[in-house]
Structures are given as C-alpha cells and as structure tokens.
Write a protein that binds this ligand. Structure first.
Ligand code: LA6
Ligand code: MN
Ligand code: MN
Ligand code: MN
Ligand code: MN
Length: 550
C-alpha cells in the first residue's frame, strides 16, 4: 500500500476531451408523455394478437407465406408476443422432408427458411444451397433474382466459420447487391437492399429496425392490415414504458449532480438509456434497463477518469479503493474521486438492497468482482498509454473485451432480470463463457472503429486499428478493412457458439447479441454515444419521443 499518498504539492496537468454538454434537458425529459397507454389499448391489442395467432397456426397457408409472416412479425418487433407459435410453426417446417424439394427453384424461400431456422437454433445445413450452384459457384442466372440474392445475403449472417458455401454466398451476393443497389425496379426492394448493405438484419438493433420496418411494411403490397396495426400499437405502448423509465432515470441523475462536480466527464444519461433499449428491449425488462442505464452513465464517467483526467498515481489509488470497497478508507483519494466512488458505492448498494429484499440473495460479491475487473483493465490501458507501450492486437483484445464494460453490464443485466437469481448461473457468467468472450471482443472492435479517431487525437492507448497498423506496418485504411473482416469473423464464431444454448435462465445470449447490434448502430459512422449529430438525435426521437402515426 505504498502508493496510498498523493503528493498534493505538485501541480497536476490535466487533459480534457472537451465533450459537449448534455443536450437532453432534464425538464424536457419530464414532459415526455403518450396517449398510447396499455390500459386504453389492451382490448384491441389482444384482439389483434388473436388474429395473428390464427394466421400462424393456419396450416392451409402455403409454407412460404407462413415463413414470410414470421419474418414480418420479428422485424416489426412483435416476435416476443408469439414465441411459442413461431417455434412450433418452424418445428413443423424443419421436420417436413418435402420442403427441400419444393424450394429447389426458390432461392428466396430456401434462404428465408435457413435464416429463420438458424435464428431459432435449428441445425439446418448449408447444403440446402447446393441446388443453386454449379461447378462450385452460385449460378450466374441468379443475378436476375434480386429478392432471392438479398435473402441469401441476409442468410449468410447466420452462418458459422468453416461453412464454405456460405462464404461463397457472401462474396457472390454482396457483389451483385452493391452493383445493383439504386437501380432495382421495385422501389421497396431497392430500399431493402440499400438498408441491408449498410448493416445486415442480424447486426441491427431490434427496436430501430422495427421502427424502420413499420414504414416499409405499410407500403408493401402484401401488407396485412391487422399485423400493421398491431405493430404500430405495440411500438407506441412500449414507447410509453420507455418514457416512464427514462423519467425515473433522469430524475435520479439530476439529483445526484455528479456531472456538476465532475464537469470533464460525459453527461450522457439519455444515451446510456438508449444502450439499454438496444440490449433489452422487451417490456418485461424495465428494471434491468433502468439500473443498467444508470450503471452505463456512471461507468462512462469512470472511464473518462481513467482515459483522460486522472494521473496514473491517482488511478492506482482509485483501483485500490474499489478493491477494498470500504468507505472508511477514502482519505487518500482526491475529492473528485471520492465523490465518484461514493456515487458508485451508493448505486451498487441500492441494487444489492433491492435484490436482497426481493430474493434473499446477496449479489454484492458479484457486482464488486465485476467492477474490480473493469477497473484493473482500465488501469492496464492507462499504464500502457502513459508508458507508450504498444500491445499486439491479441494482447489488447484480451484486456479490451473487459474494458469495453460488457462483462459487468451483462452480469448486472442478469441480476436485474433473472428471478430467481441462481448462484451457479452467476458463476457461469463470471467465468467469461465463450459467448461473452467473443461478443466482448467484437464490441471492443466495433467501439474502436467508431471512437478511436477522437481517442487517439486526444491521447489514448493504441486501439485495435492502431495495434494492427503498428504490428503489421499497414495504413489506417488497410487496418480498417481488416477490422471489418474481423467483425464478420467474430460474428461467425458467435453464430457457432449461439447454437450451443447458454445454460442461463434469462435471455443473456440475446442481450449479448443485442449489445453487439447496438454497437454496430451507435458506432456506425462516428462516436454516436459521446458526440451529438443528426443521427443520434433522430434515434432518440424515434425510439422515445415520437409515436408512430396510426
Ligand atoms: C464507451 O466509451 C463507454 F463509455 C461505455 C460505457 C460503453 C458502454 C458499454 C456497454 C453498453 P469509450 P473506451 C457494454 O469509447 O474508453 O470511451 O473503452 O470506451 O474505448
Ligand atoms: Mn473512453
Ligand atoms: Mn477507456
Ligand atoms: Mn484509454
Ligand atoms: Mn472507445
């Protein structure tokens, strides 16, 4: 403990990220309201749900129609209402041996069935696409079938490493789609192609995809009015829940006044909440969204301390303080760190209290452990930066998969959504299962892709792009292309892993996938978390503020 004394007499030169202030006024947040309350619309929603269940169970419907219906429901954000019906319809289609013969001339049908079955964990082989190949390549005549090619492209994103037909499918479809995008005669199909080339469906944040797809579906010629009405009502009702949660979170943040005291750090409560809408969008996860959004806000402040504001000496003291977790020994910390420690300490204790009251389970050791690991990895990066050390990409990602804060956010999400919480499940998550290991690295790569330009400019540890550039002697452009390939590769490893179900009772696999999906969106062109641009403003408006017009 020799490092416990800070020499207060030396002037400390502090850096700044010059973050813009928060643009979402807390008073504005309190004005959010909706006409679409559950009480008012439940009757109509149940009626429409009944209609849709009838359609899903209608065995007289051609298989392709039922597959498309499932796809529409999921894209419209309605999948969670019909989990059982969807599973049983897909099981029948999976077990029906006549299916493959039927779809030999229909690339769209074959690819759609492949994608939906894979998504729901069925073991369907890539060989279903052999009928569309000759001499080892996809048939040239398929170029005319833009709809089929698009479906095959989307199906690729559900494939695993080593599936060579699917890798061919990707080269084939992405080439044809980029060549034809903008010139496809059917305007709806053309929009879908452009959208898919930006980000494929499997990489998209579900709620935003639902909002986008509602408008598109409304203009489709095979649109089913009951499905559209249900999608709009459900979107608006769930938006009302988000508004109430965000109001609670915003009041808490305003009252805490941590950003007044620590003016150098990001003040991004609303953006933190958007992260959680991305990760756990379904209505039943309200407590999880609320608490994990608060956690992301506090963690961003701490990240700014480690990245920018703190000296290495102070950061060592803070890391020690987190390890001790003792409010009786905060004297060595500078004031700003004491404030931050106390905010984190109280926040964690409040969750620990809540869970203990409800479930008689003590989650303090788990939350503490996750936070200690995060701080240690933050400290490693700070030391690397201040020593001018350049890690290899592999070494960097081993640390970066934790410093992205995904493990702690996932453990917290489990704690705030599982009931009952099980010790063995918590331990399983803490041991960094493959899914978390892979998605942690993936999220780190995606975050670096969007944030490292600003980070390097203000001074930071080499991020994944720079690690690759340094150790391979490449340009930034080449390194970026390499990182895009690495994202696809990591996703294919994740897909293989996803087929083996996680032995955890809350939808943690889905949270992890959604975390990567949200990262793709948030960091698509820039740092959409820290920087305000039209894109991030529109995102907030469509997710939280504006209902869909009925
Ligand atoms: C990322 O910012 C940040 F602060 C987070 C809290 C990410 C949220 C993570 C989730 C939801 P930054 P760094 C898992 O790009 O310094 O500053 O690690 O993170 O690159
Ligand atoms: Mn940072
Ligand atoms: Mn950092
Ligand atoms: Mn850093
Ligand atoms: Mn970053």
């Amino acid at each position: 403990m020799s490092t416990l004394i800070v020499n207060h007499s030396l002037p400390v030169v502090r850096r700044s990220a010059n973050y813009e202030p928060c643009i979402w006024d807390a008073d504005f947040v309190q004005t959010l309201a909706t006409d679409y309350t559950g009480e008012r619309f439940n009757g109509r929603v149940n009626e429409l749900k009944g209609n849709v269940i009838g359609m899903l169970n209608d065995v007289a419907k051609p298989n392709l129609d039922r597959l498309e219906l499932i796809d529409y429901l999921q894209r419209l954000g309605l999948g969670y209402h019909f989990e059982q019906e969807i599973k049983s319809a897909l099981t029948k289609m999976y077990e029906d041996p006549s299916y493959e013969t039927l779809e030999r001339n229909d690339l769209h049908g074959a690819a759609l069935r492949f994608r939906l079955l894979r998504q729901h964990g069925f073991n369907i082989s890539q060989n279903v696409f052999e009928y569309f190949m000759e001499n080892g390549s996809f048939k040239g005549c398929l170029c005319e079938d833009a709809k089929g090619v698009l479906s095959l492209y989307e199906a690729y994103y559900f494939s695993s490493e080593g599936e060579s037909i699917m890798e061919d499918a990707w080269s084939f479809t992405s080439k044809i789609l980029s060549e034809n995008s903008g010139n496809i005669i059917d305007p709806i199909l053309d929009m879908k192609v452009k959208h898919a080339l930006e980000l494929p469906l499997n990489w998209r944040m579900p709620r935003l995809e639902a909002r986008w797809y509602i408008d598109l579906y409304a203009r489709s010629n095979n649109m089913i009015p009951a499905v559209l009405e249900l999608a709009k009502l459900d979107y608006n009702i769930v938006q009302g829940l988000y508004q109430e949660e965000l109001k609670i979170a915003s009041k808490w943040w305003k009252k805490l006044r941590l950003s007044t005291k620590l003016g150098f750090a990001r003040d991004r409560l609303v953006e933190s909440y958007i992260w959680m809408v991305g990760i756990a969008p379904e209505p039943q996860f309200g407590y999880c969204r609320l608490e994990a959004a608060k956690a992301i806000q506090i963690i961003s402040v701490i990240d700014d301390i480690y990245d920018i504001y703190g000296t290495v000496n102070e950061l060592e003291l803070f890391t020690d303080a987190i390890e001790r977790w003792d409010i009786n020994s905060l004297q060595p910390l500078p004031d700003y760190m004491r404030t931050c420690f106390l905010a984190l300490y109280n926040f964690v204790n409040e969750i620990v209290y809540h869970i203990f009251r409800e479930q008689n389970v003590d989650v303090l050791p788990n939350l503490k452990k996750g936070l200690i690991e995060l701080m240690k990895c933050y400290l490693v990066e700070a030391r690397w930066y201040h020593a001018g050390y350049k890690p290899t990409l592999e070494e960097y990602l081993e640390n970066g998969k934790v410093s992205i804060a995904m493990p702690i956010v996932m453990i917290l999400s489990y704690i705030c959504s599982a009931n009952p919480i099980k010790k063995e499940e918590l331990e399983f998550l803490e041991d960094m299962p493959d899914m978390l290991n892979l998605s942690g690295k993936l999220c780190r790569i995606i975050d670096d892709y969007g944030t490292s330009s600003d980070e390097i400019a203000r001074g930071d540890v080499p991020k994944s792009i720079q690690c690759h550039m340094f150790h391979n002697g490449t340009s930034e452009e080449v390194a970026r292309a390499e990182m895009r390939d690495l994202m696809r590769k990591k996703w294919r490893e994740i897909n293989a892993c996803r087929a083996r179900d996680m032995p955890v009772s809350c939808p943690c696999t889905e949270f992890m996938l959604n975390c990567a999906r949200s990262s793709h969106y948030i960091y698509y062109t820039s740092d959409g978390f820290a920087v305000h641009d039209d894109r991030s403003k529109n995102t907030l408006f469509s997710l939280i503020v504006q209902p869909v017009l009925l």
